[in-house]
Design a protein around this ligand. Structure first.
Ligand SMILES: C[S@@+](CC[C@H](N)C(=O)[O-])C[C@H]1O[C@@H](n2cnc3c(N)ncnc32)[C@H](O)[C@@H]1O
Length: 347
């Protein structure tokens, strides 16, 4: 008698998607990198065209151009009608070098490649990052962050407006004096300044990064609402009882636990009675098993920093409580993690 065939086993009785995601996720970045290298987006910004026309203008093969342009179309970066390719708004904004939000250079930058190739070695040794002197730390930051903050300025403009509204900016809280620490582009405080025309911001970062902050302020018509405090956030002297709101946007993860706790203590002194602290971070669940973005970001911190990591909302709440802010609320703002707002400090 023939043995019954188990069709379910042949067809696999589990979902392949998690594995396919792991091995396939490199393709999109390599496709965009090739198109940036070949000048595809710049060419299409000048003229929409067929594969033959684009290939002719770039001096490359028609066969290769066609398959590349079709892939970019399937990836929803280009549109195609009657054989003619054109930039969709997303590619026009992010992949044409003249755009203020250009991110095409990310495909070559250390942000994507970083030290991921050395992950196994890092796990073997317990990490790769070495301690550096403060002067060297500042030099590296001033080289690395201008590109990263351009990326964050694109990714977080929508969430920043949601955060500003959640903070009651321009409504329950008008004319706030804001301390934006490790401000980068200033994306979070710029959003508050948009929502509340009376808000004023003191922006703190390394001097070489503040030059960029200043340009973002000018670009968004907010230059006169900003003043600048250059220096290391751990050392810069902060005025006492001056601010209504301190913003910590994606900085505590790289500081790690010890320095973050110290910093929260210093911020408490810089806030007025009833001042608040807003934290934008990658927040994993308590077990650190999800959501995916925060958890994978934890690996990035492991690879690139000595003490950085991801911390749950409960851990931040504990540190905030210790700094004198017992009330911590969270607000969904349309990104991987909610905004945390701490209050209840000395009245
Ligand atoms: C990941 S970016 C975040 C920028 C911005 N807060 C945001 O959310 O888009 C980190 C920023 O912190 C700044 N930074 C890092 N360490 C710093 C330090 N010790 N003192 C001052 N700024 C620092 C970097 O220059 C960079 O602008």
């Amino acid at each position: 008698m023939e043995k019954p065939v188990d069709v379910r086993k042949f067809a696999l009785d589990f979902d392949l998607a998690p594995f396919l995601f792991c091995i396939d996720s490199v393709r999109g970045s390599r496709i965009v990198r090739a198109a940036v290298d070949l000048g595809v987006f710049s060419q299409l910004a000048k003229n929409s065209g067929t594969a033959e026309e684009v290939a002719g203008a770039l001096g490359v093969s028609v066969r290769g151009t066609r398959v590349l342009l079709d892939s970019l179309t399937a990836l929803q970066l280009l549109g195609k009608e009657k054989g003619s390719y054109r930039l969709l708004p997303i590619a026009e904004a992010l992949l044409v070098p003249e755009s203020p939000d250009y991110l095409g250079d990310l495909v070559h930058g250390s942000i994507l490649d970083e030290t991921w190739d050395h992950l196994a070695e890092a796990v073997r040794k317990g990490g790769l990052a070495e301690a550096v002197e403060p002067v060297e730390q500042q030099k590296r930051a001033e080289e690395f962050f201008p590109l990263l903050i351009r990326f964050l300025h694109v990714v977080n403009r929508g969430p920043a407006i949601a955060a500003a509204r959640a903070l009651g900016a321009g409504a329950a809280h008008r004319g706030m004096r804001i301390l934006d620490l490790a401000c980068g582009s200033g994306v979070w405080s710029l959003a508050v300044a948009h929502v509340d025309p009376e808000a004023r911001v003191t922006a703190v970062d390394f001097p070489g990064v503040l030059e960029h902050t200043r340009r973002y302020g000018e670009r968004h018509g907010m230059a006169d609402r900003y003043e600048y405090l250059p220096g290391n956030i751990q050392e810069v002297s902060l005025p006492e009882a001056r601010y209504d709101l301190a913003i910590l946007g994606h900085i505590l993860h790289s500081e790690g636990e010890g320095k973050s706790r110290r910093l929260l203590g210093r911020i408490a002194k810089a806030l007025r009675p009833e001042g608040r602290i807003a934290i934008l971070e990658f927040l994993p669940n308590r077990e650190r098993t999800g959501p995916l973005d925060p958890v994978l970001f934890g690996l990035r911190m492991f690879l690139n920093t000595e003490e950085g990591g991801i911390f749950s909302a409960e851990e931040y709440a504990e540190w905030l409580g210790e700094a004198g802010f017992p009330e911590v609320e969270s607000f969904e703002i349309g990104t991987h993690s909610p905004l945390l707002v701490a209050s209840g400090g000395k009245k």
